[in-house]
Write a new protein. Structure first.
Length: 326
Protein backbone atom coordinates (compact mmCIF):
# COMPACT_ATOMS: atom_id res chain seq x y z
CA UNK A 1 0.00 0.00 0.00
CA UNK A 2 2.83 2.38 0.84
CA UNK A 3 4.67 1.64 -2.41
CA UNK A 4 1.54 1.86 -4.53
CA UNK A 5 0.64 5.22 -2.99
CA UNK A 6 4.14 6.62 -3.44
CA UNK A 7 4.17 5.50 -7.08
CA UNK A 8 1.00 7.48 -7.71
CA UNK A 9 2.36 10.65 -6.05
CA UNK A 10 5.35 12.86 -6.78
CA UNK A 11 6.22 12.85 -3.08
CA UNK A 12 4.50 12.47 0.28
CA UNK A 13 5.05 12.89 4.01
CA UNK A 14 4.35 10.19 6.58
CA UNK A 15 1.11 12.01 7.40
CA UNK A 16 0.11 12.05 3.70
CA UNK A 17 0.73 8.31 3.45
CA UNK A 18 -1.14 7.56 6.68
CA UNK A 19 -4.15 9.49 5.41
CA UNK A 20 -4.07 7.81 1.99
CA UNK A 21 -3.58 4.25 3.26
CA UNK A 22 -5.39 4.26 6.59
CA UNK A 23 -2.22 3.06 8.33
CA UNK A 24 -0.86 4.77 11.40
CA UNK A 25 1.94 7.32 11.07
CA UNK A 26 4.17 5.03 13.16
CA UNK A 27 3.57 2.08 10.81
CA UNK A 28 4.23 4.26 7.77
CA UNK A 29 7.47 5.42 9.39
CA UNK A 30 8.64 1.84 10.05
CA UNK A 31 7.93 0.76 6.48
CA UNK A 32 9.56 3.87 5.02
CA UNK A 33 12.72 3.20 7.04
CA UNK A 34 12.89 -0.32 5.58
CA UNK A 35 12.37 0.97 2.05
CA UNK A 36 14.96 3.72 2.56
CA UNK A 37 17.48 1.07 3.63
CA UNK A 38 16.97 -0.96 0.43
CA UNK A 39 16.96 2.17 -1.74
CA UNK A 40 13.43 1.59 -3.02
CA UNK A 41 12.34 4.90 -1.48
CA UNK A 42 14.29 8.16 -1.43
CA UNK A 43 14.03 11.27 0.74
CA UNK A 44 12.68 14.25 -1.15
CA UNK A 45 13.02 17.95 -0.34
CA UNK A 46 11.46 18.84 3.00
CA UNK A 47 7.97 20.26 3.16
CA UNK A 48 7.76 23.99 3.76
CA UNK A 49 7.74 24.80 7.46
CA UNK A 50 4.85 26.69 9.02
CA UNK A 51 6.62 27.54 12.22
CA UNK A 52 7.52 24.02 13.38
CA UNK A 53 10.02 21.41 12.32
CA UNK A 54 9.62 20.74 8.55
CA UNK A 55 8.20 17.29 7.74
CA UNK A 56 10.32 14.96 5.67
CA UNK A 57 8.96 14.02 2.25
CA UNK A 58 9.54 10.75 0.47
CA UNK A 59 9.37 9.60 -3.15
CA UNK A 60 9.43 6.22 -4.82
CA UNK A 61 12.73 5.43 -6.55
CA UNK A 62 11.51 4.75 -10.09
CA UNK A 63 14.94 3.40 -11.05
CA UNK A 64 15.19 0.94 -8.18
CA UNK A 65 14.36 -1.90 -10.54
CA UNK A 66 13.71 -2.30 -14.25
CA UNK A 67 11.74 -4.78 -16.29
CA UNK A 68 12.38 -6.04 -19.83
CA UNK A 69 9.36 -6.76 -22.02
CA UNK A 70 9.57 -8.57 -25.35
CA UNK A 71 6.78 -9.51 -27.68
CA UNK A 72 7.08 -11.92 -30.58
CA UNK A 73 5.43 -11.68 -33.96
CA UNK A 74 5.42 -14.54 -36.45
CA UNK A 75 3.46 -13.36 -39.45
CA UNK A 76 3.15 -14.82 -42.93
CA UNK A 77 6.26 -13.09 -44.31
CA UNK A 78 7.83 -11.41 -41.26
CA UNK A 79 9.21 -12.50 -37.89
CA UNK A 80 10.25 -9.99 -35.28
CA UNK A 81 11.02 -9.17 -31.66
CA UNK A 82 9.87 -5.86 -30.19
CA UNK A 83 11.23 -4.91 -26.78
CA UNK A 84 10.94 -2.24 -24.10
CA UNK A 85 12.90 -1.69 -20.90
CA UNK A 86 10.78 0.16 -18.33
CA UNK A 87 11.37 1.42 -14.81
CA UNK A 88 9.35 0.66 -11.67
CA UNK A 89 6.58 3.12 -12.50
CA UNK A 90 6.21 2.05 -16.12
CA UNK A 91 8.26 4.78 -17.80
CA UNK A 92 9.98 3.50 -20.96
CA UNK A 93 13.79 3.65 -20.78
CA UNK A 94 14.60 2.01 -24.12
CA UNK A 95 12.56 0.48 -26.91
CA UNK A 96 13.59 -1.36 -30.04
CA UNK A 97 12.52 -3.67 -32.84
CA UNK A 98 14.44 -6.46 -34.55
CA UNK A 99 13.49 -8.33 -37.71
CA UNK A 100 14.67 -11.96 -37.61
CA UNK A 101 14.62 -14.87 -40.03
CA UNK A 102 12.82 -17.02 -37.45
CA UNK A 103 11.96 -16.85 -33.75
CA UNK A 104 13.49 -19.45 -31.45
CA UNK A 105 14.62 -19.72 -27.83
CA UNK A 106 18.25 -18.85 -28.66
CA UNK A 107 17.36 -15.56 -30.35
CA UNK A 108 15.13 -14.56 -27.40
CA UNK A 109 17.86 -15.52 -24.94
CA UNK A 110 20.49 -13.43 -26.79
CA UNK A 111 18.27 -10.34 -26.65
CA UNK A 112 17.58 -10.82 -22.93
CA UNK A 113 21.27 -11.35 -22.23
CA UNK A 114 22.13 -8.10 -24.01
CA UNK A 115 19.47 -6.12 -22.16
CA UNK A 116 20.52 -7.49 -18.76
CA UNK A 117 24.15 -6.68 -19.56
CA UNK A 118 23.13 -3.09 -20.36
CA UNK A 119 20.72 -2.67 -17.44
CA UNK A 120 21.99 -4.57 -14.43
CA UNK A 121 18.88 -3.87 -12.33
CA UNK A 122 16.40 -5.74 -14.55
CA UNK A 123 14.45 -7.88 -12.07
CA UNK A 124 11.61 -9.27 -14.18
CA UNK A 125 11.04 -10.23 -17.80
CA UNK A 126 7.72 -10.39 -19.63
CA UNK A 127 7.35 -12.20 -22.95
CA UNK A 128 4.31 -12.01 -25.21
CA UNK A 129 3.78 -14.87 -27.65
CA UNK A 130 1.27 -15.53 -30.45
CA UNK A 131 0.14 -18.75 -28.80
CA UNK A 132 -0.50 -20.56 -25.52
CA UNK A 133 1.91 -21.35 -22.69
CA UNK A 134 0.66 -23.69 -19.95
CA UNK A 135 2.76 -24.23 -16.83
CA UNK A 136 5.70 -22.59 -18.58
CA UNK A 137 5.56 -24.86 -21.62
CA UNK A 138 4.69 -23.30 -24.99
CA UNK A 139 2.06 -25.56 -26.53
CA UNK A 140 0.48 -23.62 -29.40
CA UNK A 141 2.40 -20.89 -31.20
CA UNK A 142 2.62 -19.22 -34.60
CA UNK A 143 6.40 -19.29 -34.09
CA UNK A 144 6.70 -23.06 -34.67
CA UNK A 145 10.25 -23.35 -33.28
CA UNK A 146 8.96 -22.40 -29.83
CA UNK A 147 6.37 -25.17 -29.61
CA UNK A 148 7.30 -27.65 -26.88
CA UNK A 149 9.94 -25.33 -25.41
CA UNK A 150 9.86 -24.81 -21.59
CA UNK A 151 11.00 -21.23 -22.13
CA UNK A 152 9.93 -19.89 -18.73
CA UNK A 153 11.93 -22.43 -16.71
CA UNK A 154 14.95 -22.19 -19.02
CA UNK A 155 15.19 -18.41 -18.64
CA UNK A 156 14.42 -18.46 -14.93
CA UNK A 157 17.14 -21.02 -14.31
CA UNK A 158 19.71 -19.04 -16.31
CA UNK A 159 18.98 -15.55 -15.01
CA UNK A 160 17.36 -16.19 -11.63
CA UNK A 161 14.70 -13.52 -12.08
CA UNK A 162 10.93 -13.51 -12.41
CA UNK A 163 9.72 -14.57 -15.89
CA UNK A 164 6.18 -14.41 -17.26
CA UNK A 165 5.00 -15.67 -20.64
CA UNK A 166 1.57 -14.55 -21.78
CA UNK A 167 -0.66 -14.78 -24.84
CA UNK A 168 -0.51 -11.79 -27.19
CA UNK A 169 -4.27 -11.31 -27.31
CA UNK A 170 -4.64 -11.40 -23.52
CA UNK A 171 -1.99 -8.70 -23.28
CA UNK A 172 -3.54 -6.56 -26.02
CA UNK A 173 -6.95 -6.82 -24.36
CA UNK A 174 -5.42 -5.93 -20.99
CA UNK A 175 -3.60 -2.91 -22.40
CA UNK A 176 -6.66 -1.73 -24.34
CA UNK A 177 -8.90 -2.17 -21.28
CA UNK A 178 -6.62 -0.15 -19.01
CA UNK A 179 -6.55 2.75 -21.45
CA UNK A 180 -10.36 3.00 -21.33
CA UNK A 181 -10.19 4.11 -17.67
CA UNK A 182 -13.56 2.61 -16.85
CA UNK A 183 -15.23 3.75 -13.61
CA UNK A 184 -16.51 0.22 -13.01
CA UNK A 185 -15.58 -3.28 -14.14
CA UNK A 186 -16.53 -4.05 -17.73
CA UNK A 187 -16.40 -6.99 -20.13
CA UNK A 188 -14.62 -6.49 -23.46
CA UNK A 189 -12.90 -8.58 -26.11
CA UNK A 190 -10.13 -7.98 -28.65
CA UNK A 191 -10.25 -10.19 -31.75
CA UNK A 192 -7.50 -10.42 -34.34
CA UNK A 193 -7.54 -11.65 -37.93
CA UNK A 194 -4.00 -11.87 -39.35
CA UNK A 195 -3.01 -13.18 -42.75
CA UNK A 196 -1.21 -16.49 -42.46
CA UNK A 197 -2.49 -17.18 -38.93
CA UNK A 198 -5.57 -18.51 -37.21
CA UNK A 199 -7.76 -15.91 -35.47
CA UNK A 200 -7.57 -15.37 -31.72
CA UNK A 201 -9.23 -13.35 -28.98
CA UNK A 202 -8.26 -11.73 -25.70
CA UNK A 203 -11.03 -11.56 -23.10
CA UNK A 204 -11.53 -9.22 -20.16
CA UNK A 205 -14.51 -10.35 -18.06
CA UNK A 206 -15.71 -8.05 -15.29
CA UNK A 207 -12.36 -6.29 -15.27
CA UNK A 208 -10.16 -9.40 -15.19
CA UNK A 209 -8.32 -11.31 -17.91
CA UNK A 210 -10.08 -14.58 -18.59
CA UNK A 211 -7.46 -17.22 -19.39
CA UNK A 212 -9.43 -20.39 -18.72
CA UNK A 213 -8.42 -23.58 -16.93
CA UNK A 214 -5.42 -24.30 -19.18
CA UNK A 215 -5.02 -20.80 -20.67
CA UNK A 216 -6.91 -21.92 -23.77
CA UNK A 217 -9.68 -19.31 -23.56
CA UNK A 218 -9.86 -17.10 -26.62
CA UNK A 219 -8.70 -19.74 -29.11
CA UNK A 220 -11.74 -19.07 -31.27
CA UNK A 221 -10.35 -20.97 -34.26
CA UNK A 222 -11.31 -24.17 -32.41
CA UNK A 223 -15.02 -23.28 -32.36
CA UNK A 224 -17.07 -26.04 -34.07
CA UNK A 225 -18.40 -24.62 -37.34
CA UNK A 226 -18.87 -27.96 -39.07
CA UNK A 227 -15.62 -27.59 -40.99
CA UNK A 228 -12.02 -28.50 -40.22
CA UNK A 229 -9.58 -25.86 -39.00
CA UNK A 230 -7.83 -26.08 -42.36
CA UNK A 231 -11.11 -25.35 -44.19
CA UNK A 232 -11.80 -22.56 -41.75
CA UNK A 233 -8.35 -21.09 -42.44
CA UNK A 234 -9.05 -21.13 -46.17
CA UNK A 235 -12.47 -19.50 -45.81
CA UNK A 236 -11.13 -16.74 -43.57
CA UNK A 237 -8.51 -15.93 -46.19
CA UNK A 238 -11.07 -15.59 -49.00
CA UNK A 239 -12.92 -12.30 -49.33
CA UNK A 240 -16.23 -13.97 -50.26
CA UNK A 241 -16.40 -16.13 -47.12
CA UNK A 242 -14.55 -13.97 -44.59
CA UNK A 243 -17.50 -11.93 -43.26
CA UNK A 244 -19.91 -14.87 -42.66
CA UNK A 245 -17.31 -16.95 -40.80
CA UNK A 246 -15.80 -14.03 -38.85
CA UNK A 247 -19.32 -12.99 -37.81
CA UNK A 248 -19.98 -16.50 -36.42
CA UNK A 249 -16.91 -16.13 -34.22
CA UNK A 250 -18.08 -12.76 -32.91
CA UNK A 251 -21.62 -14.08 -32.36
CA UNK A 252 -20.20 -16.92 -30.25
CA UNK A 253 -18.30 -14.41 -28.09
CA UNK A 254 -21.28 -12.09 -27.71
CA UNK A 255 -23.61 -14.92 -26.71
CA UNK A 256 -21.05 -16.36 -24.27
CA UNK A 257 -19.51 -13.37 -22.45
CA UNK A 258 -21.84 -10.50 -23.51
CA UNK A 259 -19.07 -7.88 -23.96
CA UNK A 260 -19.75 -4.17 -24.03
CA UNK A 261 -17.14 -3.71 -26.74
CA UNK A 262 -15.22 -5.83 -29.26
CA UNK A 263 -12.07 -4.28 -30.71
CA UNK A 264 -10.93 -5.73 -34.04
CA UNK A 265 -7.37 -5.86 -35.28
CA UNK A 266 -5.15 -7.58 -37.85
CA UNK A 267 -4.15 -6.99 -41.46
CA UNK A 268 -6.92 -9.26 -42.72
CA UNK A 269 -9.75 -6.94 -41.66
CA UNK A 270 -10.38 -3.37 -42.77
CA UNK A 271 -12.44 -0.55 -41.26
CA UNK A 272 -15.02 -0.65 -44.10
CA UNK A 273 -15.84 -4.28 -43.15
CA UNK A 274 -16.85 -3.43 -39.57
CA UNK A 275 -20.37 -2.36 -40.55
CA UNK A 276 -20.84 -5.57 -42.55
CA UNK A 277 -19.72 -7.65 -39.56
CA UNK A 278 -22.05 -5.73 -37.26
CA UNK A 279 -25.05 -6.31 -39.53
CA UNK A 280 -24.19 -10.01 -39.92
CA UNK A 281 -24.14 -10.39 -36.14
CA UNK A 282 -27.55 -8.67 -35.85
CA UNK A 283 -29.09 -11.54 -37.81
CA UNK A 284 -28.66 -13.62 -34.64
CA UNK A 285 -28.03 -11.20 -31.75
CA UNK A 286 -30.81 -8.86 -30.52
CA UNK A 287 -29.70 -5.25 -30.98
CA UNK A 288 -29.96 -4.47 -27.25
CA UNK A 289 -27.34 -7.16 -26.54
CA UNK A 290 -25.07 -6.35 -29.46
CA UNK A 291 -21.51 -5.33 -28.64
CA UNK A 292 -19.97 -2.15 -30.01
CA UNK A 293 -17.53 -3.07 -32.81
CA UNK A 294 -14.60 -0.90 -33.82
CA UNK A 295 -11.08 -1.15 -35.22
CA UNK A 296 -8.18 -0.97 -32.78
CA UNK A 297 -6.05 1.95 -33.96
CA UNK A 298 -2.75 1.15 -32.23
CA UNK A 299 -2.78 -2.56 -31.33
CA UNK A 300 1.00 -2.78 -30.88
CA UNK A 301 0.92 0.06 -28.35
CA UNK A 302 -1.89 -1.67 -26.45
CA UNK A 303 0.06 -4.94 -26.61
CA UNK A 304 3.19 -3.42 -25.08
CA UNK A 305 1.20 -1.42 -22.54
CA UNK A 306 -0.49 -4.62 -21.37
CA UNK A 307 2.82 -6.50 -21.24
CA UNK A 308 4.56 -3.77 -19.23
CA UNK A 309 1.63 -3.50 -16.81
CA UNK A 310 1.42 -7.25 -16.26
CA UNK A 311 5.18 -7.63 -15.81
CA UNK A 312 5.26 -4.82 -13.23
CA UNK A 313 2.41 -6.50 -11.35
CA UNK A 314 4.32 -9.79 -11.45
CA UNK A 315 7.43 -8.05 -10.12
CA UNK A 316 5.47 -6.42 -7.29
CA UNK A 317 4.02 -9.81 -6.35
CA UNK A 318 7.47 -11.46 -6.41
CA UNK A 319 8.91 -8.71 -4.18
CA UNK A 320 6.01 -9.14 -1.75
CA UNK A 321 6.81 -12.85 -1.43
CA UNK A 322 10.46 -12.02 -0.73
CA UNK A 323 9.44 -9.49 1.94
CA UNK A 324 7.08 -12.00 3.57
CA UNK A 325 9.87 -14.58 3.77
CA UNK A 326 12.01 -12.03 5.58
Amino acid sequence: MIKKTLKSLTSATKANLAQATGLSIATCGTILNELLTTGEVLEHEQEDSHGGRPAKKFMYNAHFSYIACIYIKAEETRHSLTYTVANSIGEYIESGHEEVSSVNATIIDHLIERLIHTYGNIKAIGIGIPGVAHQGMIQICDASELIGVPLESQLNEKYGIDIIIENDMNLTAYGFYQKQQYDQDKTIAVVTFIKGSFPGAGLMIDGHIHKGNTRFAGEISFLPFGITREEQYTQLHQSSTFIPLAAKMLISLIATINPEKIALTGDQIHSEQVKDLYNACLEYIPVEHMAELHMLKEPDQDYMHGLVSMTLESLDYALQLVEKRR
